[in-house]
Design a protein around this ligand. Structure first.
Ligand code: NDP
Length: 368
């Protein structure tokens, strides 16, 4: 292990010509045959589009492995079992997955189902004594998020949220620059997060399954991004909603929301969250001494961007591979990423989303 670490440090500093900006968890992300430590054995719950992406990315993980499935669709289970060599005894459905408590081959369950199901599924996984990784948004409001945090604490298991950007090398380097004071005092963040959503019958447009519209799904990236780019927690929000298609975006499903956040230092953020415009994936932050702009800023990558010092040059690595190796390092070694990915971090975003919805509805400035 020692010689591998030395090799990677040397590689980071000399061969790549870069300072060691990667957080320690990233040291474990490169595929390495000689790794002999513990492997995080993961079951994925919800074999949908993002679950598929995570499963494929985990094939390249060093410290995490897909070993189990929880699904309501037997045909998918058959396909995945064959593709990932998963034994029948590690396959469950939504009715029987509590039995996972008796399965020592599974350490953690990664919940990748519709948002409105995360809370109850999390509580059941925690009760079964397994670590929980929940996709974002962790639930559909802060109350649910807090219930998830409390349940995992009571069960003495970890609760982690799928904030893959917290492991992404360019993002990590920018956060490190901000911590090192290279932007001076951060003053302003602009986040644009959106895409044009298709099929009007999908769960993302059904309030009970999604908890909301674009804000829950994609606007959350601008909220989370504002917090990690500025390095502060907002103390107020204002928000304005526009809806051009009330048939598609029914009551409780936001189409477009512009929102603003104020921070204790006096820094401000101005953001756009939408399901009605394409190609919105952009962050900009300026401080007293420098700036950063990233576009794309949160897509699957490669992330692109530059600061007042020049382009961001860190190599692209599949986000979900880094994330899952990083989460294994967190669970086994307590190694924290540069910005937390725990349940409390998820609740912070949920509280802001609750406040944005209230501000959009009432037109008032909501204090946090
Ligand atoms: P999909 O619709 O593609 O997949 C969701 C899966 O959940 C389904 O395929 C199904 O799997 C399962 N499921 C269980 N109950 C239901 C239900 N009532 N209705 C629909 N599906 C159900 O969604 P995504 O994979 O795109 O999103 C899942 C989660 O991942 C969301 O919370 C989303 O916000 C998050 N996400 C995160 C991303 C990121 O970059 N971090 C990117 C995309 C999504 P099965 O048939 O196996 O039961």
């Amino acid at each position: 292990m020692g010689s591998r670490r030395k090799f990677i440090e040397k590689l980071s500093i000399t061969t790549l010509g870069l300072p060691l900006l990667t957080s320690p968890v990233n040291l474990f992300s490169a595929s390495c045959d000689s790794y002999e430590g513990p492997i995080l054995k993961v079951a994925i719950m919800g074999l949908g589009s993002y679950g598929t992406r995570v499963a494929e990315a985990m094939v390249s993980c060093t410290r995490a492995k897909l070993v189990g499935l929880i699904s309501g669709t037997p045909a998918k289970v058959e396909k995945w079992k064959a593709k990932y060599a998963i034994p029948e005894k590690n396959c469950y459905n939504y009715g029987n997955f509590d039995a996972i408590k008796d399965n020592p081959d599974i350490d953690a369950v990664y919940i990748i189902t519709p948002n409105g199901l995360h809370k109850d599924q999390c509580l059941r996984v925690a009760k079964a004594g397994k670590h929980v990784i929940s996709e974002k948004p962790m639930g559909i409001n802060a109350l649910e998020g807090q219930a998830m945090v409390d349940a995992c604490k009571a069960a003495n298991v970890k609760l982690l949220i799928g904030y893959r950007m917290h492991f992404e090398p360019k993002t990590v380097s920018v956060i490190q620059m901000r911590i090192d004071g290279e932007f001076g005092q951060p003053k302003f963040f602009q986040g644009q997060s959106g895409f044009t959503i298709g099929d009007p019958t999908q769960w993302r447009l059904k309030k009970e399954l999604s908890g909301g519209g674009a804000m829950m799904d994609i606007g959350i990236y601008s909220i989370n991004g504002a917090r990690y780019m500025l390095g502060e927690e907002p103390i107020w929000v204002t928000a304005q909603e526009t809806k051009t298609d009330p048939e598609k975006f029914k009551e409780g499903i936001d189409e477009t929301i512009q929102f603003q956040m104020g921070f204790p230092s006096g820094a401000v953020a101005s953001c756009l969250s939408t399901y009605a415009m394409n190609n919105l994936d952009r962050f900009f932050m300026t401080g007293t001494d420098g700036f950063v702009e990233m576009q794309p800023s949160t897509g699957y990558g490669p992330i692109e961007g530059r600061t007042h010092k020049g382009p961001l040059t860190q190599a692209h690595v599949t986000h979900q591979t880094l994330q899952m190796d990083g989460m294994a390092a967190l669970i086994f070694d307590g190694k924290q990423p540069i910005v937390p990915v725990d349940g409390e971090e998820g609740v912070k975003d949920m509280k802001i989303i609750d406040a944005i919805f209230l501000a959009a509805k009432t037109g008032v400035k909501v204090e946090l």
